[in-house]
Write a protein that binds this ligand. Sequence first.
Ligand SMILES: *Cc1c(COP(=O)(O)O)cnc(C)c1O
Length: 433
Amino acid sequence: MLDKQIASKKFLVSPDRSMTSDARNDLENYAILGGSPMFDKPLHVNKPWAGERRKFDRYLDAAWETRRFANDGPLALELERRLEDRLGVANCVLMSNGTAAMALLLHELGISGEVILPSFTFVSTAHTLMMQGLQPVFCDVDRDSWNMSAAHCAELITDKTAAIIPTHAFGRACEVESIQAIAERAGIALVMDAAHAFDCSSNGQKIGAFGDAEVFSFHATKAFHTGEGGAVTCQDAGLAERLRLARNFGFIGHGRVNGVGTNAKMSELSAAMGLTNLDGFDASVEKNKAVYQAYVEALAGVPGISLMPFDENETNNYWYIAAQLLPEFGISRDLVMKILHAENVLARRYFFPGCHDMQPYCGMPAGTEAHLPNTEAITDTCLILPGGSEVDPQDARSICALLAGIVDNAAALAEHLRWSADQQAGSERSGSF
Ligand SMILES: *Cc1c(COP(=O)(O)O)cnc(C)c1O
């Protein structure tokens, strides 16, 4: 079935461009122009995966017998120990989600004032800063790595700066050493958003032990997950202990509270999911890697699209297939995304827009707006393709064939789509009489 669908679009990737330039009617094979979609079912960017169901049941059996479902039960404690081993970090403090983990950490570090973070990240960090009365200061990213620009970060330091929060975007470590040096020189905190970077390394050392602390999200859409969940990892045992108290209302015993806290504990059900997925993690990464490699090979001959490489000297989770459309592609990223969506290839603009272009951050007082040319160039051209263990290498090759066809027919497709949009607008207008 799939082969037939690929074949039906195959003439569109003919190496003989003189043939395809005259393929106007054939364009109708594209689903957006009335053809049938290349895939029967939607292919998502990072559809949640899960380890073995029977293992999950086994972990749950123990919780069922003891009726221990919450409050740092044995499954959560076991998961913390195993994550500390896996990441090579002294302390892992599990939390209910990544956003709560970041909020508690900033509170326990006693941060106040300005905090520098990339605009090219998930908006949760900026929101967390605002909710704690902190001032987000958006930093540009490096054009090649898509991570915080250390040079721009250094320029943004003022005497009000209290912390820097870089993201290890799409699993590639940020410029850890340069940013660490900036934080040390300024005498301020360094917290890493490691939500994308589970089990990834920087210069051979696993992410988790850098800076004052690192924050993970274990949301179902991440490379490793617990359904909903997150963690703070750090080397400082005192900070970890304060976080353990703060995630449980500050209780140090029955009726005794040592300070302000909240409820950010991970349930035993989530911990069971985490243990199951940790058992299956290496096998899952193998699959992710095979998909990534299929993309690398199949995109090599497609002009105008570049894939963000993983550094093979590091450990990687190969979870995000991050691509960028270059001007040579000949058709805008947004139009490509529409064409792909019609084929059931649910590629995403991620992160789009940059936080500095979202409410309320775009409404900051005049003169303080962020000017972030690299962030804007990347948010306008990035395209995250379906990857992870629910996509197989053949799917990846088919998606690349589709992209090759789009680039071969870029001008004709753009013209055809403009024409059909005009037709539709015309018939809507006439229909309204
Ligand atoms: C997912 C994510 C978060 C938020 O984590 P939650 O567990 O969903 O609260 C923060 N930062 C980045 C980069 C993320 O991808």
